[in-house]
Structures are given as C-alpha cells and as structure tokens.
Ligand binder design. Structure first.
Ligand SMILES: [Zn+2]
Length: 135
C-alpha cells in the first residue's frame, strides 16, 4: 500500500492490516477459501481494515477505499432495514469520494471490477437478515 493510504488511516484512526502469504491467490481460493482472512477480499472491523491478498495492486487499493468507506460513512438510522446492496453501494460511494479527494484515480477496468463486486450483494436481503458482517 502506498503512503497515502497509511496516512489516511492515521487521519481516521484506523489500523490497517495487510495480509501477506507467500503463494498465489489462485491456490488460496481453491484450497482454503473457508479462511476469509486470506481470500483476495478485504474486511473491516470497527476501527480496523484487513486487506486480503490481491494479484493486482489496483484492486487492492480500490478495496481499501471501499473498506475505508465503510469505516467512515454515516450508516442510515434504518440500517437494519436496508439491503446488503444499498449498504455496499454507500461504502463504495464514500470510499471513492475519499480517493478522488486525495487525487487517486482508478482505471476503468478496476472500476468495472468494483461494480462487479457490488453486484454480488443482494438487492433484497435486508441487513437484519444478512449473514455478512464487515464486508
Ligand atoms: Zn463492503
């Protein structure tokens, strides 16, 4: 991760953990995907962001901003009644706004990837019924 991201974490009082494993993401996906913490995915827990393993640095960076969005966004009062998709969209919006404010741009390929991630979330499952925590 670049210094800018660490300084943003510092600014927002967030601990950033970058997970590093010495083998390829494909292998991780195929063999031990049950262990969320080493999948090429990222999570947040209160004031902490855990970044998984990515082959592509830009995907890792945009994921960071998504998680930062979760950490910083103001969750709606009716949060539990919102759908997974609505909350995820808010986090992407907030995170990409911060990236933009900090002069960080992403390629259209990466933005497309982010949109694909968003589409995996349910537009009908409400947070109160969701099994997802911290995405
Ligand atoms: Zn998310």
């Amino acid at each position: 991760m670049n210094d800018k991201m660490y300084s943003l974490c510092n600014q927002y009082k967030i601990n950033l953990y970058e997970l590093k494993v010495d083998f390829s993401g494909d292998y991780i996906n195929r063999s031990i995907s049950k262990f969320w913490f080493i999948r090429p995915a990222s999570y947040k827990f209160l004031g902490e962001i855990y970044l998984g393993i990515y082959k592509d640095d830009e995907l890792k960076e945009i994921s960071f901003f998504h998680e930062l969005g979760h950490c910083i966004m103001i969750y709606p009062e009716n949060y539990l009644e919102c759908t997974e998709y609505q909350i995820e969209k808010m986090a992407w919006k907030e995170g990409l706004k911060i990236a933009k404010e900090n002069g960080i741009k992403f390629s259209s390929k990466t933005l497309k990837w982010a949109n694909e991630q968003l589409k995996t979330y349910s537009k009908t499952t409400k947070i109160k019924n969701s099994k997802l925590i911290g995405h």
